[in-house]
Design a protein around this ligand. Sequence first.
Ligand code: HEC
Ligand code: HEC
Length: 241
Amino acid sequence: MINITNTVSTKMTKIHLTKYSKIFTILVIGSLLTLGLDAANSGEVVNTSRPGAHTVKTVCTQCHRIEGPPMPRRTKQAPDLIWAGNKYQPAWLEAWLQNPTQRLYPLGYDYNPKRKKSHQTLPAHEAKAVTHYLATLKDERVQEGIMKPGTLEQLKKGAQLYREHACSNCHWTPAKNRRGYTGSKSSTSLLKMGTRLQADWVYRFNLNPNDFVPDSGAYIPKPLLLKENIYAITSYMMTFQ
Ligand code: HEC
Ligand code: HEC
């Protein structure tokens, strides 16, 4: 009798346990999720002084570097964001992060178009926060305020130098033809460069590309261009829309 009751009650307990353990599991998962959300939220609260830092440090750095010495392109999965605060125009960056369809490296950053996937897209508020944070990543080698819009003379000189040095041999360049551009796509597209990049960064890059992408095939004229000619070519490039 005792045995039978025991067995029955054990069975009952088992049934109850299974039922309860399901409820228990749901509760545990539920509270873990809440905890997780709380953690994410509290992360945002902690970071309000530097909004966007959390996303950049947890998501973007999976592919991009935000600190360290300049390194050759072949060692990287994605362009460096180390000097993002000097390189990109914030309005362009914020819009591109929400709709990253403009092709910047037509052959893919690693020159393999087949491996090229669409870029991470951010919702508007996140794009804004990330842009704010990236704007704090400055490079002291870039002198701010050095570039002014080119004079007619400088623009003419710049256009001539750009042609003579065949910069479009590696960079898509705007042109008044049916396609709207000319040149080869082996490196970065310079279409709409005037709204994408900051002139002071471009000027500093043109002074010596190896300071940013060493040993990566960027073109360095020999003999080196005079500073005033680099200024002229940069002011001309900033007219690319
Ligand atoms: C899975 C890897 C990966 C992740 C994650 C990623 N990116 Fe990128 N990103 C790339 C690659 C690759 C390119 C080059 C795009 C191309 O080939 O057109 C790129 C290009 C860019 C560019 C243009 C760079 C330039 O100088 O031309 C910016 C800006 C950028 N990413 C920002 C971000 C931000 C901000 C995040 C985080 C929200 C992020 N990326 C997350 C791989 C990634
Ligand atoms: C032999 C091919 C080649 C030629 C010709 C060339 N470039 Fe480049 N350029 C590159 C490479 C490679 C990079 C580096 C791309 C990277 O990995 O970030 C680059 C990058 C750049 C960038 C930075 C773009 C960005 O969004 O990061 C600028 C600005 C630039 N070049 C200007 C010029 C100018 C000005 C000329 C003509 C005087 C020129 N290039 C000629 C290969 C070339």
